[in-house]
Write a protein that binds this ligand. Structure first.
Ligand code: TYD
Ligand code: MG
Length: 461
């Protein structure tokens, strides 16, 4: 008797047929058709699977939606390789007072001026304060909305209602999630605590993805990066930007620490002025403008920051010990590397800096932590210790090893080009360096001792 009327499924290929047959009409196997009602719960569970979450060929993934939209603030867009991607979440970290709110207000205003609706969630400053600041920055476009609240639930409602295409949360440490309508707490702790920050970010990331709204979270980070909140978010967001500089100087650096939509090498340069942040075309003017030449203790380093080369002034001061212990102090440099460089100078160049206080700094609020700064630090210290000034047109770059040897550095051609452009026609480099631009004289050195004696900064023994 033929089986009829009930749906059957082939246990081999999974296809279904309305009627039973001895052979599967799809794959041609014999005796594989089984009545669906007799299939076990496992098969039914497989049937219930959402096939949209199955693996698919990477090459078939649609990338059009990941296109960056320019914000109109050129240096900001450059660091983001084009702009903000709809639905993406960006964390902008930096020390309090560095200019995060100012930068983002300019980004919002630029986007709004281009006809988009954008929303600033101001959890730290009142609408009044923000309005006053915005007036300093230029005309306020009508599409720029402000919501001065701290409750993430209110933010979510506002985004769903107003449908902006860019939302800035200033800051993630100032917002919180209160009890739900049922009275249960979703996150414990005061605003700014790690659980609150994480839970709020989690909700806002979900909102960004579901509404396809580009979202920027502001996070305050202290100098040593120790504030747990924003650091704990880095894995949750698509992009992490760091806004750096010294509050007492005008120059600001914007760099991408993590970026899911492009490379992280770009560096944005801004200058803080009376009317907000402006792009800097010639950082040399800001960084070297006040340099004193002809005094001991200073030398210029072609430093690489992301994809840019910046000529920065390194300074050292060596003074008699003020206390029982010698003091070593740095600004904008790696203190561990200074201590190591001093040890090398003592041991291999016989420079008497063991029982002295040594201060070393990078002028202009720039941070240079690359080993390529070692040779310039060594020369600046030797010059300061001996009181012999280095030539005004001299730059130096090289890593110093523990044996006193001077080693190769990355991106030397770029460094030499920038040196030449700004008129530094003599550059101290590792002996093995390839030729640079014709106008630059390379002073090749094998060791630190050779470098310091070449410029008369070796101790009289
Ligand atoms: P702000 O954006 O409030 O910093 P953050 O949000 O990172 O805490 O900027 C703070 C500093 O910037 C403040 O000390 C004043 C200064 N500033 C200017 O110098 N010029 C300006 O046009 C603006 C708006 C701010
Ligand atoms: Mg702020």
């Amino acid at each position: 008797m033929a089986k009829t009327a009930k749906r059957h499924r082939c246990i081999d290929c999974g296809s279904t047929t309305a009627r039973w047959a001895g052979r599967c009409p799809t794959c041609g196997e014999w005796n594989t058709l089984v009545e669906e009602a007799q299939l076990g719960p496992l098969v039914q569970a497989v049937d219930a699977l959402d096939l949209s979450s199955m693996p698919l060929p990477l090459s078939s993934v649609d990338v059009s939606e990941a296109a960056a939209v320019p914000t109109g603030v050129e240096e900001f867009d450059r660091v983001l390789s084009g702009g903000l991607v709809p639905g993406s979440v960006t964390l902008l970290g930096g020390e309090p007072g560095i200019g995060k709110s100012t930068l983002l207000l300019q980004v919002l205003a630029a986007r709004a001026a281009a006809g988009h609706r954008v929303l600033l969630v101001s959890a730290e400053e009142s609408a009044h304060q923000v309005r006053l600041r915005a007036e300093r920055l230029g005309p306020i476009p009508p599409g720029l909305l402000i919501l001065p609240v701290t409750d993430v639930g209110t933010v979510i409602n506002a985004v769903v209602e107003a449908e902006p295409d860019l939302v800035v949360i200033d800051s993630i440490q100032a917002v919180s999630i209160g009890p739900t309508a049922l009275g249960e707490r979703r996150a414990t702790g005061v605003p700014g605590s790690v659980t609150q920050v994480r839970e709020c970010a989690d909700q806002l990331v979900g909102l960004a993805k579901s509404r396809q709204v580009a979202t920027v979270l502001v996070g305050h980070v202290t100098k040593d990066g120790s504030l747990a909140g924003p650091r704990a978010l880095e894995h949750m967001v698509d992009t992490v930007l760091s806004f750096e500089g010294d509050r007492h100087h005008a120059l600001r650096l914007l760099l991408a620490v993590k970026h899911r939509f492009g490379p992280t090498g770009e560096l944005g340069l801004f200058e803080m002025g009376d009317q907000g942040l402006n792009r800097v075309d010639d950082p040399g003017r800001l960084l070297l403008g006040d340099r004193l030449t002809g005094v001991p203790g200073g030398v210029v380093l072609p430093a690489v920051q992301g994809r840019r080369t910046l000529m920065v002034e390194l300074q050292a001061l060596v003074t008699p010990m003020g206390q029982a212990q010698p003091k070593r102090s740095v600004v904008g440099l790696d203190s561990g590397r200074l201590v190591m460089t001093l040890a090398v100078l003592v041991r291999h160049a016989e420079l008497p800096v063991l029982a002295t206080d040594v201060f070393a700094s990078v002028a202009g609020g720039i941070r240079v932590i690359e080993p390529a700064a070692d040779l310039a630090v060594a020369l600046a210290v030797a010059s300061a210790a001996t009181g012999v000034a280095l030539p005004a047109d001299l730059a130096a770059v090289g890593e110093v090893g523990l044996a006193g040897e001077v080693r190769q550095v990355t991106n030397l051609p770029r460094r030499l080009e920038e040196s030449a452009r700004l008129g530094f026609n003599r550059v101290v480099v590792p002996a093995s360096s390839p030729e640079g631009p014709s106008e630059v004289e390379l002073v090749r050195v094998n060791t630190v001792a050779e470098a310091v004696s070449r410029f008369g900064c070796a101790p009289d023994l």
